[in-house]
Design a protein around this ligand. Structure first.
Ligand SMILES: Nc1ncnc2c1ncn2[C@@H]1O[C@H](COP(=O)(O)OP(=O)(O)OP(=O)(O)O)[C@@H](O)[C@H]1O
Ligand SMILES: [Mg+2]
Length: 155
């Protein structure tokens, strides 16, 4: 992905493939493009407002109106997360359910408490642009990635 626009475009392709119930881990260094991807995804889903890393609040909830329902999308940034007990106390566990999509920056900071991912998206910073690698540890995740690949190849 050569530039920010390419990361946003990938977010759009992902938006066309995501389904309720998915947990996506976003890996990569500071400034790698994780929030940019979430921004592209949310804008493709019709969210018009600002999207920034919820570094201090840890999570931001977006309610996406769909034809017959509302999709709850939770965007976590766990860079500053350091207290496993806070996880249960804050009720974060409940955010992971069959009707929600969870996108998690810095999952490494909460390994012990986080549900396992359906999809891992890993950004690597290159001299110009970013490399992105995808893998899907679950069947639900791999079905989604198959759809993403169709989106990409149909362009
Ligand atoms: N494919 C790309 N090529 C070059 N620059 C990019 C690309 N994608 C995003 N960027 C730029 O990288 C910068 C950092 O992006 P972003 O905030 O999304 O990083 P992040 O991974 O969320 O970082 P953090 O861990 O600090 O939250 C932004 O200025 C964005 O424009
Ligand atoms: Mg970020």
């Amino acid at each position: 992905m050569d530039d920010e626009a390419a990361t946003l475009a990938f977010g759009k392709q992902l938006a066309n493939a995501i389904e309720p119930g998915l947990v996506l881990y976003l890996h990569g260094d500071l400034g790698a493009g994780k929030t940019t991807l979430v921004r592209g995804l949310l804008h493709a889903l019709g969210y018009a407002g600002k999207v920034k890393s919820p570094t201090y609040t840890l999570v931001e909830n977006y309610k996406i109106e769909q034809a017959l329902s509302v999709l709850n999308l939770y965007h976590f940034d766990l860079y500053r997360f350091n207290d496993d007990e806070e996880w249960e106390a804050a009720g974060f566990r409940d955010y992971f359910n069959a009707e929600s999509v969870c996108l998690i920056e810095w999952p490494e900071k909460a390994e012990k408490v986080l549900p396992l991912p359906d999809i891992n998206i890993t950004f690597t910073i290159l001299v110009t642009g970013r490399k992105v690698t995808l893998d899907a540890p679950t069947r639900h995740g791999s079905e989604c990635l198959t759809q993403v690949m169709k989106e990409i190849s149909s362009r």
